[in-house]
Design a protein around this ligand. Sequence first.
Ligand code: SPD
Length: 305
Amino acid sequence: MSNSTTTPNTAQWIEECYQGLTAYRFKITDTLFDQQSPFQHVQIVTTEAYGRMLLLDGAVMTTERDEFVYHEMLTHIPLLAHPNPKRVLIIGGGDGGTVREVLKHPSVEHIDLCEIDGLVIEASQKWLPSIAGKLTDPKVTISVADGLAFTQEAAKQVKAGAQAPYDIVLIDSTDPVGPGEVLFTPAFYQDVFDCLSANGIMANQSESPMAQAANFQAIYERLSGVFPVVAPYWATVPTYPGGYWTWMFCSKAAGPLEHCNDALAAEIEQSTHFFNRQVHRAVFALPNFMRRLLGQLPQTAGMKA
Ligand code: SPD
């Protein structure tokens, strides 16, 4: 056993700096991929602690070792709450982790994946096969396109009389900077709402309530202006800023725990590393600091958002 903090001077490190205030450093042994796309800087490195890691514009997106928390939470919580999810739209998610988890739901007949940056898909397929390996599944249609325009077009068709095309929409975005920023706007959320069937559900990643508290608050407020049901939930993702991470369950009608396909949940938890039925119920219990950020409890004197 060792808890030594000494590191050799020759080690190479990669660092994500959050708002110029804190930084998280990872010791790396390899740079496997390093290219500038028309949208962002795409890197895949090998870290000693977390295995291979995908970074976009210097921000950690996913790692082989802890990706399961994020992808399982984004996927199984909303899908199990739907009585019969058949058609799923994923916006972002070019690394393929969300697709992999959605495919564990046998009712799903079709997945549209809309990722703006083809280079993220290409690099993930080559260097992150345990995450991206299911992107070639026949149920998956990949569109390399702008998620905002894709959703706007689908919503336009619905307004023109077409059937709402999706039972589930998952927003697997970057942080609200760069190409992903538009995926946090009320207009985008309204388009998503319009694309969802009557008992449709959306879930999105909603940032760190510790390192990005203002983002977390704004996302909740904006979603609450569009969806009648907005239920934030949380877990810890060790490689993300602040440790705590959140997602928001948004639905047109049902609450997050009103329906759960227990038999399927039991089957799914055989292959998951974070999700299980106890976790499913627990993640909606918000610690007080999160409830205060959301206005669900009065502020206290020592509280800083
Ligand atoms: N600060 C990290 C935010 C990343 C959220 N999206 C990750 C995408 C993984 N599929």
